[in-house]
Design a protein around this ligand. Sequence first.
Ligand SMILES: *[C@@H]1O[C@H](CO)[C@@H](O)[C@H](O)[C@H]1NC(C)=O
Ligand SMILES: [Ca+2]
Length: 573
Amino acid sequence: MNLRIHWIVLFGVLLLGNTSFGQEEQDDEEATVETVADDILYDSPKPADQSKVYFHDHFDDTANFNKKWVKSSAKKEGIEEDIAKYDGEWAIEEPVKDGLLGDKGLVLKSKAKHAAISSNLHKPFVFNTKPLIVQYEVVLQEGQECGGAYLKLLSQSAEHKDLSQFTDKTPYSIMFGPDKCGNDYKLHFIFKHKNPLNGTIEEKHCQKPKERLEEIYDDKLPHLYTLILNPDNTFEIRIDNKIFNSGSLLEDFAPPVNPPAEIEDPADKKPEDWDEREKIPDPEAVKPEDWDEDAPAQIVDESATMPDGWLENELTHVPDPEAKKPEDWDSDMDGEWEPPLIENPVCAGAPGCGTWEPPLINNPAFKGKWRAPYIDNPNYKGKWRPRTIPNPDYFEDKHPFKLPTVGAIGFELWSMSKDILFDNIIITDEYYVAEQWAADTFSKKRQKIAKDSESVFQKLANFTNDYPAMWGVYILVLGIPVVFVLYLCFKPSSSSSSQEEREEQKQAAEKKKTDEATEDKAEAEEVEAEEEEEDEDAEKNSEADSEEDNEAVEENVPAEKGEGARKRKVRKD
Ligand SMILES: *[C@@H]1O[C@H](CO)[C@@H](O)[C@H](O)[C@H]1NC(C)=O
Ligand SMILES: [Ca+2]
């Protein structure tokens, strides 16, 4: 599909480009000089106001990176030994393609390994009166088959100070960023909420935006992810500076922060004599005297007669006179040979052969089983519902924004595709600081990419101006594939099979994915919250089970045993 689009685009550009080529002819001599002079200059960025910044890293300075960041050497609990270690590789590298001179990023090098890395903030972020702005770049340089590229803002706590022990269980306040598996595209924004009545901590998941993520996750270009969280509990998520999702912590998360004030009384029972039947068979009705329940639905048509010319004495089928016993027929093994039957050729000109039988017709006297007609139930009381009572677990938290103080930032990931590049992380309480930071980094990257892709066509255009005969070649070379492509595009059948393929790929990839958001460390006894997602869970777990049954589990593929990965669990303190 991608290839098809490329061809169409290329062809289109060539056609459109033709009109503008003429003007460029005069500038020809300067062209080479210009490209050099125009090159996008890059300097490692500095935040516009350092005092408003809690953390930033542009990853261009490897020595500084080594000082700040700590790779996890912990083990993930509850999964197979051979993939339990957080031994995924991280490196500071230039992007594979279209990099700016001097620009590097943090790259997750390995695939199918757990990988975690984190750094303390320059100063902790306290959720109080200032907004939180988190921004960073992701380039899925190899695309993404199945895996996350989200970051976690780790809660400050005495127990979890040692960053080398960073795991999926390390408490975090916010998780934010892209996640994809097969055809399932997500942009997480999860926060942890503490129940003020009993201290239980629960993950709250942001509702899905309507916008599509497909292209953003598949185009292998740098994308900028920004989360803005305000003290009034409103939030905004931007991708590439465009608003992608917004809402309120109080309204747009599942499960909701605040439980309902009233609930149905679980002790209330439907009274024995409560009649929920809206209609009942009329008890007064009686079967009419002449209603014959036994009359058959069909009877023989007595008025029918045998058609003229019917050959009663001819068989409908006769042995094929032309059939011959096969030479290798073995009567002992195969039984006595008999010629196959064919339709009797004598019958071909007649209305029929053999015994004539009159046809069946519908019985006008047929009535079927008698049933009393339905009438309104005089005792109908309506659908029963339990009475509502005040919810004993009710509370109202008006400030879910007041999350646990963030002390560190980290990536804790599992990916089936390698070479995910992260860059230009910033945490600030002023939006313009993040905006400026992106203008100095992300915007330049995109300019550079736009320029590089443009220059491919530029070269082609210049060459064509020098050799106009090239047009004939393009039309010949491109015309054939275009016709072919158009044919493929409009041919309906091919798409359904590739859809099936993708579905299979997704399922295979999902089985391997083990990095879903999970509970904090302190949860020794876990209480599984009943949830809407449960059906999905059951499906996934049964998949994993059958894989275990088979015992033919591929090496390096984590069985989801003990993971219940997608089930949300809550903490008991
Ligand atoms: C705390 O309350 C929540 C909501 O009512 C409940 O689901 C959870 O089980 C409770 N946790 C404990 C430890 O009692
Ligand atoms: Ca960089």
